[in-house]
Ligand binder design. Sequence first.
Ligand code: BGP
Length: 478
Amino acid sequence: ADSVFPKDFLWGASTSAYQVEGAALEGGKKASQQDVINAKNFEERGFATAEVTSDHYHHMHEDVELMAEMGLKAYRFSIAWSRVIPDGTGEPNPEGVKFYHDLIDDLIAHGIEPIVTLYHYDLPWALVERYDGWISRQVVDDFAAYARFVISEYGDKVKYWTTINEQSIIVQYWTQKCFIADKYLSQNQLRYQINHHMNLAHAIACNLVHELVPGGMVGSVIGYSPVYPLTSKPEDVMAAQNAHDLRNAYYLDIYFKGHYTKSAQLYLERHGLAPKIEPGDMELIASGSSDFLGINYYASECAKWCPDDGSKEIRWSGVNWSGKKGDISGFETHPGFYEMCKNPNLDTTDWDWAIDPIGMEYLLRDIYTRYGKPLMILENGLGAFDELTSDGHVHDQYRIDYLRDHIAAVSRAIDYGVPVIAYSPWSCVDLLSTSNGVKKRYGFIYVDRTDDDPRECARIRKDSFWWYKDVIASNGAD
Ligand code: BGP
């Protein structure tokens, strides 16, 4: 078939710094909140920590060679704030600054467009110790200084910038994704306060890219799941709309319209959860315009009505840590608004994530209809317990099936008229999962961590590597 993908379509693959680099305390880098969370939460669960992960820090050139062999047109990665400015503020770390120069130079030399994320869950630990990180407004100024430094440093080489990865997921899974001192964990208003600080930081970063990078393009990256009603009962349909407003629109309306979604805001105010907004904040937010939206899509969600009769309390999303289907620790519940639930119509991954390619087509059409900006898919993929055969292969046909069906959905959206400019699945090489250490794998490239020397991390091309190479070579024609 003829390809509907534009000629300059950015076929990519994605990673994030703390999930792939390792060398957590090497080369002048200091700890981020992830290094500390991992040491605490991950070790308790028997997971590997962020100390080694895929040791990309020491395998960087080899990894770029493999990306080039696959034919990637783009590579989306993040910069670790505490590698570049180890204490969060103050002196930059020359070795860390050089690492990202070397990576970007190597990508460009291989014709691979860098797509750089400024912040992917890994706040310098020094700022958590100093003022509890994102809880304090001080972080907005410190982020602005960090962003100015990074954008000035790499701005002549990097055109595509993304600001903060998945604010929606940080709000919903803050114990897992964003370290908050235990004493704050019951203060749920802080979820939305943190998000408000991130909205300020996002707007500042957008303005900085426009100021410092001629022709630069900037946007956020949202973790996005369309929400379907469990049934066609009116109360379930209303619940699904409420869930969409609080989980999706609440973020996109801010980026593109400069205000908080009314229904979500009213719900948060009613329960004392709304963020405190200072004079001038909304003007600053409205000033930071995005050129595109980055979308991370893995699974759709389902919601039903939840009566406000005192039988249930407000709670946020549960997690399946084990990778055994059905082992989920509960669903997000907002009495009088909605309750999330399993969709009986869809199969799931081992981690209970609903597999739903049509959801991709649906969200692309819906987001473009509402906000009218170009869209980049910056994560999409299937987490699995891959197996390395004794003769050195990984037969991940399940991943090929998942990606093929999602790419077909993207092509239908493009055919319909949605300007999708990138498809960059998760992940390039295997890396540290936020929900199952190094056992839940996503990569096109297997990373073999031997027990004797985890740092060896041999790279092995999975079946999906060869398949994706063909997809790119034919510009998605098949
Ligand atoms: C997204 C994150 C990524 C990645 C991915 C897969 O939310 O942006 O960092 O982790 O999800 O999730 P997990 O690692 O939990 O399987």
